[in-house]
Unconditional design. Structure first.
Length: 385
């Protein structure tokens, strides 16, 4: 990772580069920022620059032996410490060193856009308790007390430092306060409230802002070769979280499908509520049949989409438009049904969504559930017209 590819404001990069060039790197730093920003990539670009054998004015050379090792995240003086737990392969006493290959592969596969949720899945799905543990701290202290393999800096990156176990953290305090010469600790966290005050007080805080909307759009365009209007649309609802933007990008087709289904369902509901039962009911029936064929998960997803969209409709209807996160296509749809959801009928409608989900989860007859859902919604909307 080079600075030029990090999605962080230039002034933060400049500050870090300058600290290296002026030889005043502070030995323990905390990069704090919201999920989906590029803190982790920034920490790697910074580490790489420190170790680069032929530094440019503002970035690493990219071609020296040290840079090549950083390409593969295999530099012997770069120590990555991250939340871990036992896995299928490592059944006892896990630590970051044992899982380092899996973690490195995960970083490279995700192009340095990593999230704790995705990492937990990678660890085996149900490892909600993954933590930086006592063994990790012992390893840090061991490496801190030994010479750097390549004679330069030893760098420890602690990703998701809020997951440093509180019983392990005290072991690190002395090391953080008085590290060996040429040692750098970079702690990366999303939530400083969960970090012990004694750790916080020993680190220099660097706040990493959310990624700017324009930067998200251009990065999506670059990475996925997608049309700029789509990228702009996704960037607008991603709230500075690039990982979320990638998810939205991958789910576009799904979103289009949900939009079309919602449109059909609510067009029919409006017509029935207005006692016009002649139009296109067959089309709605076909839509339900298709959805039912897809299985119970997609049926649930659609109902959840309906309930989220209904909440958005209410926001629009109660002049909370500024809080509304929606793509341009969604906004068009919302505008069309704007007036049907009110404070009076919303709770009843949301209840119907939940009831339908409840019955689908319990293997009820989906055809009956959707027919019932439709009629209930007609009557709720009719009752408040
Ligand atoms: Zn280099």
């Amino acid at each position: 990772m080079l600075f030029k590819n990090v999605l962080v404001n230039e002034d933060i990069k400049k500050k870090l580069v300058t600290s290296v060039r002026e030889d005043r790197i502070s030995h323990a730093q905390l990069f704090l920022g919201q999920p989906g920003n590029h803190s982790f990539a920034l920490a790697l670009a910074y580490s790489r620059y420190i170790c680069c054998e032929n530094k440019g004015e503002w970035d690493s050379c990219g071609i020296c032996p040290s840079c090549h090792k950083f390409d593969k995240l295999e530099h012997p003086d770069l120590h990555l410490i991250f939340p871990n737990s036992n896995t299928k392969e490592i059944t006892k006493d896990s630590d970051s060193e044992q899982l380092s290959q899996q973690f490195t592969k995960f970083i490279l596969q995700n192009n340095y856009h990593i999230s704790i949720e995705d990492w937990l899945v990678e660890l085996g799905g149900e490892n909600k308790q993954a933590a930086i543990n006592i063994r990790d701290c012992a390893n840090i202290i061991y490496h801190n007390n030994n010479h750097a393999y390549e004679g330069g800096y030893k760098i420890f990156i602690l990703w998701m430092a809020e997951r440093l176990r509180h019983d392990a953290a005290p072991k690190l305090l002395k090391t953080l306060e008085e590290p060996e010469n040429k040692t750098l600790f970079i702690l990366i966290a999303e939530n400083s409230d969960k970090i012990l005050a004694t750790i916080l007080s020993r680190t220099q805080l660097i706040k990493i802002p959310q990624i700017k909307q324009e930067l998200i759009a251009t990065q999506l365009e670059k990475e996925f070769h997608a049309p700029l209007n789509i990228c702009n649309d996704i960037a607008a609802i991603s709230e500075g979280n690039y990982i979320q933007a990638i998810r939205y990008y991958n789910e576009q087709e799904e979103l289009e499908k949900q939009l079309a289904r919602f449109n059909l369902l609510f067009t029919q509901i409006m017509q029935h509520a207005g006692n016009d039962t002649t139009k296109n009911f067959l089309e709605l029936k076909n839509m339900f049949d298709e959805l039912i064929k897809e299985g119970r998960e997609p049926q649930k997803n659609f109902l959840m989409y309906v309930s989220i969209t209904i909440r958005k409709l209410l926001m629009l209807n109660t002049n909370n438009e500024a809080l509304l996160k929606a793509t341009e296509r969604e906004k068009q749809l919302l505008e069309k049904f704007k007036n049907i959801i009110t404070l009076k009928n919303i709770s009843g409608i949301l209840e119907e969504c939940n009831t339908a989900i409840f019955h689908i989860e319990r293997n009820g007859n989906s055809s009956l559930i959707f027919a019932d859902f439709f009629l209930k919604l007609v009557s709720k909307i009719q009752g408040t017209k």
